[in-house]
Design a binder for this molecule. Structure first.
Ligand code: B12
Length: 211
């Protein structure tokens, strides 16, 4: 849990673009040994969802939103010393946003949770062309592929990615997640064999601990 007062102060600093102050908040939480998943969900995700609402209601500009996102992306890197400190399992995951999906922060967090659990989490970033993703999977031969979707209108691109992975790599476990599924689409995903919808970073970690 993150203290509400701390959250509000962090959020004010984020909106105002005070990057150094945001960095100090995060470093203090890391020094206090915060669970990285809590940091990601309760500070970074919560604040970016609020930024989205402010933007949707025309209370901040696209420039404000871009600034907050870029600060958050830089803060994610502060967790690296903790993420890669875990003993390696030799397992590999490839995480990708589907074609036309430009929201990459959630997918990067997912790759970090794999790393935290000792996996190699290869994150391919936003808008990955499906064929290039398939080629990468072929080269790396991961145990798991994770696909991220933030906006539901992109679901046809996601379906195509799922179909390519299922056809070319039938033995690889396929996980799908992202906030698009707040607005529907889970039933569509469940129709694909060997493909599972995972709702949160906690649910992901629970699954990894059972593998
Ligand atoms: C930043 C941002 C952008 C940036 C993204 C830049 C970047 N570097 O990523 C840019 C400017 C590109 C952008 C563009 C658009 N955006 Co935008 N964006 C956002 C914003 C403010 C933050 C996104 C974010 O990082 N969230 C934080 C992350 C951590 O949350 P998350 O993605 O949900 O991820 C978590 C989970 O879902 C899960 N998860 C995610 N992926 C996966 C995968 C697996 C396998 C698993 C297990 C779990 C998992 O784990 C994560 C951690 O818990 C959101 C607001 C919001 N609600 O998020 C709007 C938002 C998503 N955008 C929105 C919209 C409408 C758009 C545009 C269509 C706007 C436009 N007209 O151009 C375009 C679409 C571009 C595209 N084709 O993708 C809407 C979507 C509304 C809807 N009903 O679909 C939102 C919700 C804003 C709003 N309130 O209206 N956006």
């Amino acid at each position: 849990m993150i203290n509400e007062n701390l959250y509000q102060n962090y959020f004010d600093a984020l909106l105002a673009g005070r990057r150094s102050e945001c960095k100090d908040f995060v470093n203090d939480l890391l020094d206090a040994k915060i669970d990285i998943k809590v940091l990601y969900s309760d500070l970074f995700q919560r604040s970016l969802y609020s930024v989205g609402e402010l933007w949707e209601n025309n209370r901040i500009t696209v420039a404000n939103e871009h600034l907050a996102t870029s600060i958050t992306e830089s803060l994610l890197n502060l967790t690296y010393p903790f993420i890669f400190a875990t003993e390696r399992t030799g397992r590999k995951a490839v995480i990708s946003c589907s074609a036309n999906e430009f929201h990459q922060v959630g997918g990067k967090m997912v790759a970090d949770v794999f790393e935290l659990n000792g996996w190699d989490g290869h994150f391919l970033g936003p808008n990955s062309p499906t064929e290039d993703m398939a080629q990468f999977i072929q080269n790396v031969q991961p145990d798991v592929v994770g696909l991220s979707l933030a906006i539901l209108p992109n679901i046809d691109h996601l379906k195509r990615s799922i179909e390519v992975v299922r056809a070319d790599f039938p033995k690889i476990d396929l996980l799908v997640g992202g906030q698009a599924f707040r607005w529907g689409g889970i039933d569509t995903i469940r129709r694909y064999a060997g493909t599972e919808y995972i709702s949160s970073l906690n649910a992901l970690e629970k699954m990894l601990k059972g593998m």
